[in-house]
Design a protein around this ligand. Sequence first.
Ligand code: SF4
Length: 53
Amino acid sequence: MKINKSIGCTVNECKYHAKEDSFCSLDHINVVKHHDRANSVEATDCGSFEVGK
Ligand code: SF4
């Protein structure tokens, strides 16, 4: 699996997670917010997440 060392990620439930390392395997991700104004870390998220197997 390809590892993108520019995108660190600990969400190992995601199907794009590079399992052996804490990185994403995608070339690009989309970061999203959950409110009109993001005012905390919790208000942002990885919009490219997909449930793995
Ligand atoms: S798509 Fe998002 S949640 Fe999934 S491994 Fe990549 S950065 Fe993490």
